[in-house]
Design a protein around this ligand. Sequence first.
Ligand code: RIB
Ligand code: CA
Length: 306
Amino acid sequence: MAARRPIIIDTDPGIDDALAIFLACASPELEIRAVTTVAGNVGINRTTRNASALVALAGKSQIPVFRGAEKPLAGTWSTIEDIHGQNGIGDATIPDGPNGSRGSAVEALIEILSAAQPNSQTVVLLGPQTNLALALEQQPDIVRGIKEIVLMAGSLGPEGGNSSRYAEFNVHVDPKAAHKVLDCGRPMFWAPLEVARQASVDQMWIDLLRATDRPCCNAGADMLEFYMKSFKKPAAALYDPLAVMWLIAPNLFDVTATTLEIETADAERAGQTRFKLGEGDGNIRVAVSCDADRVRTLLLERLAQL
Ligand code: RIB
Ligand code: CA
């Protein structure tokens, strides 16, 4: 087997974050160095508790969890318990992890990336990008250790937002942080809203998940059923799992080089992601579609192994 790819998962669990964390834990291609938490879907106490509980349920309680930013770099945001439940994971009941936060997320990012071989670590951003932005502000030379930044964020359409008319939630919560991360110049892969919606799952898929009768699958099924109800649709988009899916099965994606501008000045359009597909030198890439059936099949296969 090829060497495992070292990753840091920065996350605001969050129902789809939970499925993404499970997928990463079930993927031997990946070595999860750390999970860093950020406020987003719900507050920092809940996202941190959930991250610790999720890695433990996946049998990976040795993965260190680090508590991160409790608010964006500037301004305020609204948590979305109506979508993710009061506890952030669809009100599913899972035991607390044995280990709480091991310390500060920003300090952990700086420590891991500073000590890493050049261009060796992949940072997977599944929530507002505040922690990495703060780490870059405090110690800019950590970019040396970053191989690639992989994100679920952004929307291809100029008015394709889900958090506002113009902006996707993760970028909308902290546009300044997203702009700072974009400016760091490291290779990036963006999994936008539209592609995540292609890979939505329905009740039949959720039933297959529950039929495995595995702890993470049962919890994931409970969470996804809550997610479907909150969207009032017979399907749940797999937002964050797509970022992890890119790392383990890039062949399932159609990807293009792009340039990218992130709106930070205009209040109404704050967080808008303006991609120019086909332009740029390839340092920034964005998914434009995915093989949704094969994504769903691989996700089910992997989760069933936990
Ligand atoms: O817009 C979708 C993103 O916002 C996902 O990461 C979801 O968890 C929320 O954080
Ligand atoms: Ca998220």
